[in-house]
Design a protein around this ligand. Structure first.
Ligand code: NAD
Length: 367
């Protein structure tokens, strides 16, 4: 956006508690919110960490419910609320990544139980009013402030065990929120500041996370970046990149964060000529000098190089997209219009997908 552009910015009512060890403060947060007894939600894989938090809550916890799964089936929300009611809980505490936060949101949406979130990945769902629910094989998403967590407790110590591969792809998933926030039709100076700083923090932190996954400083910086990128996702309208990833993930059941990691450099190369302000904001965050003599700084290539150096998948074939899927992706993406700085046309979109399928390194063009 240019300095002359008008904008509207609506702050979301978010209470954020951040810091190593801060998950020990969950009880204080519940007290401050007047929430008496919580059901602790998690995935089956995170029962242990959720159990530690539940035990520390003593009588304020009615127990751990390890019922979170990808894509939030309606039945999982209904089951969680039934258990919460049986045990006399008046809120949920979601301990985990986007799938667990998603379950907490679904319970809040369908049954009006408030939620506190303790995120353990970089997905950023805890910062957004976006919910998703799957019924009869169809995933529906929407926005509703009722699903926003009442408080979010970020404890980098809970991310030390996030596997390196998932840390990288989840971090790049967060970067994708910020990149699309920079060219969003409802971007504002404040969301753009958050986006640039979120990308800078994650780009700086992820090599440290890969080199030393238990480095608390690197983990803190990554989680702080993820918070900012999630806040951008919550405040702006996403474009081609998120639409593409939604179609790819939803239709072929591909891993969420890995798909984001592969697709983002290609969408960045596609949109860059129509989004010079976003390119200019991303260049320093990626350690690039401004382009000289009308050339664009190669933000797409730099992001691809970063992902590749961190060991992230770089091709859609690698994450499971069949070679003959391109035409179907194109028709699904073109079926419903949505925001994007560059018009989305079948030919360039198919080229983008073929390059991403093959794992080619994209290059940024000037406007
Ligand atoms: P996830 O929540 O599915 O977690 C992936 C795996 O990692 C799970 O097995 C989980 O148990 C494990 N895990 C999580 N944190 C861990 C930790 N610290 N240590 C060890 N293991 C850990 O993955 P995700 O990428 O966080 O979330 C993806 C889902 O979130 C998708 O369904 C996506 O649509 C949704 N999402 C929603 C929004 C939104 O605003 N609504 C935003 C981003 C993502």
């Amino acid at each position: 956006m240019s300095a002359a552009d008008a904008f509207t910015y609506e702050a979301l009512p978010m209470r954020v508690v951040f810091g190593a060890g801060s998950s020990e403060r969950v009880a204080q947060e519940l007290d401050a919110l007047g929430l008496g007894r919580v059901l602790v939600l998690c995935t089956p894989e995170q029962t242990e960490v959720a159990g530690v938090i539940s035990d520390a809550l003593g009588g304020r916890s009615v127990g751990v419910h390890p019922g979170a799964t990808m894509h939030v089936p309606v039945e999982s929300a209904d089951a969680a609320v039934e258990i919460a009611r049986e045990r006399g809980a008046d809120a949920c505490l979601a301990v985990g990544g986007g799938s667990t936060t998603g379950l907490g949101k679904a319970v809040a949406l369908r049954h009006h139980l408030p939620m506190v979130a303790v995120p353990t990945t970089y997905a950023g769902s805890e910062m957004t009013p976006i919910w998703g629910l799957t019924q009869g094989g169809t995933k529906t998403t929407g926005r509703d402030r009722a699903v926003l967590p009442r408080a979010v407790v970020y404890d980098p110590l809970l991310t030390l065990g996030l596997p390196v591969g998932l840390s990288v792809t989840s971090g790049l998933n967060a970067v994708a929120h910020a990149v699309e926030g920079l060219w969003a039709p409802d971007a504002s100076p404040i969301t753009s500041l958050m986006a640039a700083e979120g990308v800078r923090a994650l780009v700086a932190a992820l090599p440290g996370v890969v080199a030393a996954p238990h480095d608390v400083d690197a983990r803190s910086q990554a989680l702080r970046g993820a918070w900012l990128c999630g806040a951008v996702l919550g405040a702006t309208t996403m474009s081609l990149h998120h639409k593409l990833c939604h179609v790819l993930g939803g239709t072929w059941d591909l891993p969420h964060a890995a798909v984001h990691a592969v697709v983002l450099p290609h969408v960045l190369a596609h949109n860059a000529p129509a989004a010079p302000a976003a390119v200019a904001a991303l260049a320093p965050a990626l350690g690039l000098a401004p382009g000289a003599g009308g050339a664009a700084p190669d933000v797409a290539g730099a992001l691809w190089d970063l992902a590749s150096s961190l060991g992230a998948p770089t091709s859609l074939a690698e994450v499971g997209l069949p070679a003959d899927a391109v035409d179907e992706v194109v028709s699904r993406v073109l079926a419903a219009p949505y925001a994007n700085p560059r018009p989305v046309e079948a030919g360039p979109l198919a080229d983008l997908l073929r390059a991403a399928l093959a794992g080619n390194r994209p290059v940024t063009s000037a406007p």
